[in-house]
Ligand binder design. Structure first.
Ligand SMILES: [Zn+2]
Length: 248
């Protein structure tokens, strides 16, 4: 029985540990730098617009999206989606809070270091898309195979082992390999976007400690992708083991 295989714990425990550590790290780093003013006197959406326009990407639209750390660039729709948490202001002054309690519309706040880093990273993806970045193209090309692989492959492997249909299990393994390749193909795209992001915020005068903060936020985010890739690889090795190592 694959579901109650004690060996699976050997995969599951490090996987949960790596993923949990990365998730905690990105949240705490983000929370820390979300409290620090970037020194860039723009609201988050205006900052995104300014960065895109500076790169000649005036056709890329900006939309709000619900949730925390859900910011992303959609290459198909050419839309940069900024999460409501990033869209929120760094810190409202007491005067501003009073103003809002009295029912006045917000007077506009300032951009946090964390928000600037995240938005600049997504603009980095928009630039990669416009430049026809090879790493990004490769990743986009394997999206369908990866989606298929990550959803159906585990079932093919399980069914193949269970019913002793070796061919079916191999098809499952190959399909899952596509999902693993995708997680690794994501790494250069993400690191590339963060490199561009740091150059952008530096160009807008975010230097010194604030730039270190932006780098810390982007690095923490990158670790979540590394964790995802390691998790996928470990899972693949486990499937390969149950297919090849347990045939008797
Ligand atoms: Zn990214």
């Amino acid at each position: 029985m694959i579901f109650f295989d004690p060996l699976y714990l050997v995969v599951l425990i490090p996987t949960l540990a790596i993923t949990g550590w990365a998730a905690l790290r990105v949240r705490s780093t983000y929370a820390k730098w979300a409290k620090v003013d970037s020194g860039i006197n723009l609201e988050p959406f205006d900052f995104a617009r300014r960065l895109l326009d500076r790169q000649g990407l005036t056709a890329v639209r900006i939309e709000p999206t619900p949730g925390q750390l859900t910011d992303h660039y959609d290459p198909r729709g050419k839309v940069l989606r900024v999460s409501s948490s990033v869209g929120a202001k760094a810190q409202l002054s007491t005067g501003e809070l009073e103003r809002q309690e009295l029912g006045f519309p917000p007077s506009g706040g300032r951009l946090s270091v964390a928000a600037a880093a995240v938005i600049a990273h997504e603009v980095g993806h928009a630039v990669q898309d416009a430049q026809g970045d090879r790493a990004m193209k490769f990743r986009q090309a394997i999206v369908p195979a990866a989606q298929f692989g990550s959803s159906i492959a585990p079932w093919l492997v399980i069914a193949g082992v269970w019913f002793q249909l070796f061919g079916l299990a191999i098809v499952g393994l190959v399909a899952f390999a596509a999902a693993v390749v995708f997680t690794f193909a994501t790494l250069p795209v993400e690191i590339g976007a963060s490199g561009k992001a740091l150059a952008f915020v530096n160009g807008l005068g975010m230097t010194g400690e604030r730039q270190d903060g932006a780098r810390a936020v982007l690095k923490a985010a990158a670790w979540t992708y590394v964790a995802g890739a390691l998790t996928a690889l470990l899972t693949f090795l486990y499937y390969a083991y149950i297919v090849f190592g347990r045939r008797d």
